[in-house]
Design a binder for this molecule. Sequence first.
Ligand code: C2E
Ligand code: MG
Ligand code: MG
Length: 672
Amino acid sequence: MKLDEHAVSAEDVKRDTVGMLVGNSFVGLIMTLLAFSGLVFFFDNQFEQVNTLKRQFWLAMVVVCSLRFTDSLYWKYSLSHTTYNPSPVFIRFSLGLYVTGTIWALYAITLHPTMGTVELAASMVVLAAMSGGAGTVLSPSIVLVSFYSTALLVPMSICALIDDNKQFFILGVLGFVFWAGIFISAFRYNRFFLQTVQIKANYSILREKMEHERIATEKVNRLLVETNEKLDASNANLENEVKKRTADIFRLSNRDALTNLLNRNGFLEHLNSLLDASNAIHNSLAIVFIDLDGFKQVNDSLGHKVGDIVLAEIAARLQKYSEKNHLARWGGDEFLAVIPYATVDTAKAVAHAMRSSVTVPIIASDNQITLDATIGIAMYPEHGETAVDLIQQADLTMYDQKRKQRGSVGVFSGALHEEIKREQHLCERLRSAISNGELTVYYQPIIDVKSDKVASVEALLRWQCDDESVSPVIFIPLAEKSGLMPEIGAWVLNRALIDLSHWHFTSHLRLSVNVSIAQLIDDNFLKILDSALEGCQLDVRRLCLEITESVFANNAELVTNRLIQLKDRNIKVSIDDFGTGYSSLHRLQSVPFDFIKIDRSFVQNTSEESDTIIRATLLMAREFGCKTIAEGIETEAQREHLAALGTDYLQGFYYAKPMSASNFITWYNENY
Ligand code: C2E
Ligand code: MG
Ligand code: MG
């Protein structure tokens, strides 16, 4: 809606006109009554009839003005505040005014001849004043102002003009002039009034528009507030979503999905913060490394599903002894716990309780499973100051404990630390042992019981590290762990084959070479073997490879395949330390072994039990078509006993200790 285009309605103009006319009428009516009363009662006429007529006029004027006054009061208090219909009010006001004007006109016409000069002049002045006032007050209505000023001034002025008294002529002229002046100003006032009405209308439009705008602004504001609220809500949602995602990401990167325990990442982070806190308040802390015993077999024999159920159950059991976020799944069947403020004794007590909880049988998919756990403990700050060090010490302790006694609890110690340091030192030295010429191969004869002759020699590795001769029992496992075994094994094989090919004094002698699991599963093993055999031009059938039973513990399939490949090459295979590891009849059946070596622990043990085992082994070997070798014969009695039992070959200090190649030649020549 455009302001300047707005046309004021007739109704609006009429209502404003009425408002102006009626609203300003109170003073006018009072003035009219006062002026009329003054003219009637001030100038007393000598004729009583005239006075009576005057009073009759006065009475009529009093009645009319009273009615009009009452009507104006009614308008002021009952209508003016409402949206009333202005027409009836206007008509009543106009009627009142017409009657008032008519009374004035009749009064002038009727009483003019009775008036003296002063009275006429006074009447003229009063009428002029009254019509002057009316000219302003009645200006909203041109009709009314025209009528009223005409009614008031024209009859009196005509009377004055035509009066015999020529003195009045000038009053009559002045009356007309005044009348004309009132007309002109009335028109101007009217125009001014209409403009005011227009401005007022515009103002009200403006107000209306402003009101519209205020309402629109309020609406927009409300919308904005609503939008903001929605935005806040969606922001809050988004925030929640971000929090949830962050928590998810944290969970994924810090939690183990199967057990919902912390994973390595999460545990390390948590442990670091616990270490910081412990460091700040000089408190101790224990790291408990738990490794399950027997879990691998569960996984292998019952499948991963059952394995998963078992792990989740173990996690739940261990959690009972650990605070939230103080327990982690470190690897496959390894768990780590941290116990803040712990002493060695409390850590051991918790570890024993944990172990006991693991040993309670688990029912998983209709299987009853019994496991155990080997546990290593490391203490902060005594055994290490960083998370990585402490975990490593606890791990090593567990590992060491596993070697000593599975299903037990051990605490990291200075001795273990020394042992580990020595192992590290040996590992370092072992790397350069071949190039430094520190390795030698010794030979121990194996005697044929029937002929009492040397049937074969076993090559046994020796390492002279500085002044110390390190036992293969120590360095072979180190070489396996550090990945040096394939290289060392290849060296032994080559050395022994070369030595054997140089021993021209005996062409029937067989050579037994020990082969470790790391060698056997190495991709290059067969290649190395073939090239070693090729280099020495020896009859392949003279070579026998000794493997321990334990090689089947892992990679059984690969090992079996390798052994079959060896058999395909006509290389003999011997199963070493028989009875100490885990072997199955099935294994003996599927791999065509040539020899079974009865471990010296049975040979040297005089118990019934050992004897039974030896007899059973001999029986089994015969069944499978294998020859038997008894290791560790140290005495004549042992020799006799094993020979009597029917062992095919004997080996031990009783005959000879392992000797260097040259010593072996000497020994051989002296004895055979
Ligand atoms: P093994 O293959 O069972 O070798 C027999 C071990 O028994 C040798 O110990 C030998 O010195 C010892 N021995 C033989 N007769 C007697 C006896 O009458 N009494 C006693 N007390 N001991 C006897 P050694 O040489 O210390 O070797 C230990 C083990 O180290 C071997 O056991 C073998 O498993 C491993 N080993 C040695 N050399 C090699 C090698 O070149 N390669 C691999 N992979 N392992 C090797
Ligand atoms: Mg051996
Ligand atoms: Mg052995």
